[in-house]
Design a protein around this ligand. Structure first.
Ligand SMILES: [Zn+2]
Length: 270
């Protein structure tokens, strides 16, 4: 005879409410904005913020930056909440997180890794890219191509994506420090992404930071979701290109960009 599974009634752990926990010195927090919202108080800060973004019509896909909703003080709490949820995931995967020494702190490690590392670009504001004027008589008018190493992860499987972006611009009226191109690219990459979207995101943010209208972004990456699972292809390489302004319309600019990429690849093959 089959043993019947009788579910236990779920005992809801008493969770402190936000209003008591979050005695924030900040004047207007997301929680203040929540006040008077039908009197409903969610048990998790993550739910609070999720509902708030929904009400605001704010998109919060894996590749979207939501830093305006996630303050540093919130982040600590969100990490604790995610750790609790990861404990449940490990339990459901039947991994003994009580006795396996390697799995003991895994839930918290995963939560911290998501917020502070692999998806940091969702929660952190854009890197500060101070612009310098490039408007004197002997201004730089040439092409600039920066090679940026990228680490990302695919939204579909949360598998690592690693590669390089080549960012080309024709200098406009302002310039940013060379390292800022890479900081911006990495900020775009450290989210759940699709490579096609990532190349677009980098182009958009570089245009924003530099005022340049002539921008090219070429991304070359290998995807864990093709290497570690699925087709298990170890050498599959995906290339995406986004061209704006002269990079798109002017054949010689386009050629110069790809010639530069070739030179860079000879210099530092990935
Ligand atoms: Zn994938």
């Amino acid at each position: 005879m089959n043993q019947k599974f009788i579910p236990h009634p779920v005992i809801e752990a008493e969770r402190p409410s936000f209003k008591s926990v979050n005695a924030s010195p900040v004047k207007e927090t997301a929680l203040d904005v929540m006040a008077g919202d039908g009197g409903y108080e969610e048990a998790y800060l993550g739910d609070h913020l999720r509902f708030k973004m929904k009400r605001d019509g704010k998109r919060f896909w894996a590749g979207d930056n939501i830093s305006e909703y996630v303050t540093d003080e919130f982040k600590e709490r969100l990490i604790d909440e995610a750790a609790e949820a990861f404990e449940t995931v490990l339990d459901r995967l039947l991994i003994d997180r009580e006795n396996d020494p390697n799995s003991k702190g895994t839930a918290k490690r995963l939560a911290k890794m998501y917020f502070n590392e692999v998806m940091a670009g969702r929660y952190d504001p854009a890197p500060d890219a101070t612009a310098f004027p490039n408007d004197s008589a002997d201004r730089y008018e040439g092409m600039l191509v920066v090679r940026s190493e990228l680490r990302s992860m695919c939204s579909h499987h949360h598998q690592p994506v690693s590669g390089v972006a080549y960012i080309g611009i024709i200098a406009a009226n302002k310039l940013i420090g060379l390292s800022k191109y890479t900081r911006i690219a990495q900020w775009c990459a450290r989210r759940g992404t699709l490579q096609e979207e990532l190349a677009n995101d980098i182009a958009r943010e570089i245009m924003k930071a530099t005022d340049a209208t002539d921008v090219g972004v070429y991304v070359q990456a290998v995807h864990g979701c093709c290497e570690n699972r699925g087709i298990m292809a170890h050498s599959s390489l995906t290339q995406t290109t986004v061209l704006k302004g002269a990079f798109k319309d002017d054949q010689s600019t386009k050629k110069e960009f790809f010639d530069n990429i070739k030179l860079q690849q000879d210099f530092a093959p990935r």
